[in-house]
Design a protein around this ligand. Structure first.
Ligand SMILES: [Zn+2]
Length: 236
């Protein structure tokens, strides 16, 4: 009897345990339309592709902490509200757009996090969007702030949101470009996206004004990104 019981348990656990990889990192498997105050991880849960592992643990490398050459502050760290709804982004994407917020500059975590909360409130409450529009934002503290992130379609570049990611530098860059810390943060964020399969290695880089009637990302920042290797003059 005892042997049978042990065998039953031994066989039973793996069958039940297809969510075990998620549980092993302290996460919970849930539909990724639900808010996760930590980070979602793919491939750790049973069920459909929308069922993913929500975890605060750094054991598996959180999405926001996975970039080795740039600090990425997670949504939780800057105090993001939950999105009203999300649409899963199909990756890798081949387009990357650079914007500026035309709001205040920020040079430290406290002031950048305040900017993030204000921009999110504006996008959700005044613009009526489901969440802060950009995929990522960048401060002149040299850090990246997670917006919709790598997994969700943004609202940043009309007509191209499902095909590309966007980073917006906080401030107005008509008359001066962002400091080197912010420019390097954009470059390292893109490289991180390539390293993790979210962006194609042959991606094309654009300024918002290349595909829309706007002066975004400002004359000075636009002139800067036009010198970068992946900047494309071909309409996407
Ligand atoms: Zn823009």
């Amino acid at each position: 009897m005892l042997i049978v019981l042990i065998c039953t348990i031994t066989l039973f656990v793996p069958a039940l345990g297809s969510d075990a990889p998620c549980h092993n990192i302290g996460g919970t498997c849930q539909d990724d339309h639900l808010h996760c105050s930590g980070s979602y991880h793919t491939g750790l849960c049973s069920g459909g592709t929308h069922r993913r592992c929500c975890s605060h643990s750094s054991a598996a490398g959180t999405d926001s902490g996975m970039c080795s050459h740039v600090k990425v502050y997670s949504r939780a760290s800057w105090g993001a509200r939950a999105p009203k709804h999300v649409t899963t982004m199909h990756t890798p994407a081949s387009l990357f757009f650079v914007h500026h917020t035309e709001g205040n500059f920020c040079h430290d975590f406290a002031s950048c996090a305040t900017q993030m909360r204000g921009i999110q409130n504006y996008h959700m409450d005044s613009r009526g969007w489901s969440d802060i529009g950009y995929s990522f934002l960048v401060g002149e503290d040299g850090a990246v702030y997670e917006g919709r992130g790598w997994h969700h379609v943004g609202a940043h570049t009309q007509g191209y949101n499902s095909r590309g990611f966007a980073a917006s530098v906080m401030g107005s860059f008509m008359h001066r470009k962002p400091n080197d810390a912010a420019l390097n943060a954009i470059k390292n964020l893109i490289q991180c996206g390539i390293d993790h399969g979210y962006i194609t290695s042959g991606y094309s880089l654009y300024g918002h004004r290349d595909v829309g009637s706007t002066d975004c990302p400002g004359d000075a920042l636009y002139s800067e990104i036009r010198t970068w290797p992946h900047y494309s003059t071909h309409h996407p």
